[in-house]
Design a protein around this ligand. Structure first.
Ligand code: HEM
Length: 457
């Protein structure tokens, strides 16, 4: 093995990394100690802003393969060939707590998958619960402010047991369905290997001939869904705050690879107005007896990251990272998400975050965007604009027929017509077993008792 030689960032050989340069061995320190200054100055800058939500997470690498071609529904190349493996990176996360918070607190879990495809990165940014608290992106900052610590005392730093959360949800009836999930044992999963994943929002698959269908994504864990009860989750939060992160890491290190099956529900777009609920409403599920799950393919996670910061902390997922053949629906929440993620990543990671190894597509990236902080590419030639008679990147012809939805309406700020905030919440509650009928109200009680204001409680 070749021994690594320690150097400064400029490659200057280091002979002593323990003592700073001083006048006599008691000090003072000399300003000319560039070796010390570099070391301490780098350390001073080691933290980047944590994600505004989903700050605590764990990552794993692997691949995805379809069972059979999905060409009848989508032209997305990653969904065509059952013999092809697409590399993936997955980040599981909690939502509310900060970067150092406990893994087993009651919360939603994030389930974000980045497919590195020949057509660029496709991100399926989902959660482990099939619905969401709100249906309009305008309310997302309010939701998150109400969930995160209260602004005057920074309490609670990783759970929802406080006045602001209960105040918000009591005035947001569309959150009721979500609460029946988060306050059941689904809110305290036993392992990231044993959670489901859901796209939550509705997307469109578009085929080569321009046909489109609505889809909802479901990941099913091979090991089944396993949760902790409240008491166990609470104990583990104290004993091993990194329990879920450790469980994922150790399982992969032992060679127990983690498998999820991707399924989709499909709906003809012509059917959307014929449902009793709004199929674009992310506070609703689509009934599986009417819209059955169709197995699409399998994901296997078989590799731990080599470096947490570079590969996991700097990972940047966004629902707007699409490939041809997969499109947004008009779901208002999804539309807001498409802006928010890249916007925060430009702030959290910088203008050229897409060049970081974990975010860099395997497909070639060519355009006229130049410069910006930490630009790593060495662009060649004199042309950085289009159209140019001197060359430069050319746009490509559209492959297949585009799907061209037609939309007409008044410009308004309004709720959707079919809100129906309670039917599915009631159905889910009644579908649960008797234990859950005890668990949900008692967990409400348990959390509400942390509140200070009896009127809100
Ligand atoms: C209007 C609604 C929403 C907005 C504005 C929003 C915004 C954000 C933002 C700003 C981040 C941090 C991104 C980063 O720093 O890299 C984030 C992370 C995340 N969001 Fe959302 N979000 C919304 C709803 C949802 C929904 C419905 C889901 C699930 C389907 C979801 C799943 C996630 C996940 C999994 C992450 C973590 C990604 C990672 O591991 O890096 N979000 N969200």
């Amino acid at each position: 093995m070749v021994e690594e030689i320690m150097t400064t960032d400029q490659g200057y050989p280091i002979t002593n990394d323990d003592s700073s340069l001083t006048v006599g061995n008691r000090g003072p320190t000399l300003l000319q100690d560039f070796q010390f200054i570099e070391k301490i100055a780098h350390f001073d800058r080691e933290r980047i802003p944590e994600r505004v939500v989903h700050a605590k997470g764990a990552g794993a690498l692997g691949s995805f393969q379809v069972y059979k071609s999905m060409a009848n529904y989508t032209r997305a190349k990653l969904l065509q060939d059952p013999n092809k493996q697409t590399p993936v990176f997955v980040r599981f996360s909690t939502v509310a707590g900060g970067r150092g918070s406990a893994d087993t607190v009651r919360d939603v879990r994030g389930f974000a998958v980045k497919f590195y495809t020949e057509e660029g990165n496709y991100d399926l940014v989902g959660n482990d619960i099939p619905v969401f608290f709100i249906r309009d992106a305008m309310k997302f900052p309010d939701l998150v402010h109400s969930i995160k610590a209260e602004p005057h005392n920074n309490i609670p730093s990783s759970s929802t047991g406080h006045n602001n959360f209960w105040d918000f949800v009591s005035l947001t009836p569309e959150s009721t369905h979500m609460l029946t999930w988060v306050f059941s044992d689904r809110g305290t999963p036993a392992s990231y290997r044993m959670i489901e994943g859901f796209g939550v929002n509705t997307y469109k698959w578009v085929s080569q001939d321009g046909g489109a269908v609505y889809v909802k994504y479901h990941w099913k864990p091979k090991l089944g869904v396993q949760n902790f009860d409240r008491q166990t989750a609470t104990r583990i939060a104290g004993e091993d705050p990194d329990y879920l992160t450790r469980d994922l890491w150790e399982a992969i290190a032992r060679g127990e690879f983690v498998e999820f099956e991707l399924n989709v529900q499909m709906m003809d777009i012509s059917e959307e107005m014929n449902q009793i609920f709004d199929p674009l409403d992310p506070t609703k599920t689509w009934p599986e007896d009417k819209f059955p799950l169709m197995p699409v393919g399998k994901m296997v996670l078989n590799r731990n990251p080599d470096n947490f910061f570079t590969q996991v902390e700097q990972a940047a997922f966004c629902p707007a990272n699409l490939v041809p053949g997969i499109e947004f629906s008009d779901d208002k929440l999804l539309q807001g998400r498409t802006f928010s993620y890249v916007d925060t990543q430009r702030y959290r990671l910088g203008a050229n975050f897409h060049e970081l190894p974990t975010n860099k597509p395997i497909a070639p990236v060519t355009n006229n965007q130049r410069d910006g902080a930490m630009q790593c590419q060495v662009f060649k030639g004199s042309v950085n604009f289009g159209s140019s008679s001197q060359g430069g990147p050319k746009t490509v012809p559209q492959e297949g027929k585009p799907y061209k939805p037609y939309i007409q309406g008044n410009i308004v700020r309004e709720k959707i017509n079919k809100t129906d905030d309670f039917t599915q919440a009631g159905e889910r509650y009644r579908s649960l077993n008797r234990t859950a009928h005890y668990v949900i109200p008692s967990t409400y009680d348990y959390q509400i008792c942390f509140g200070e204001d009896p009127d809100i409680a």
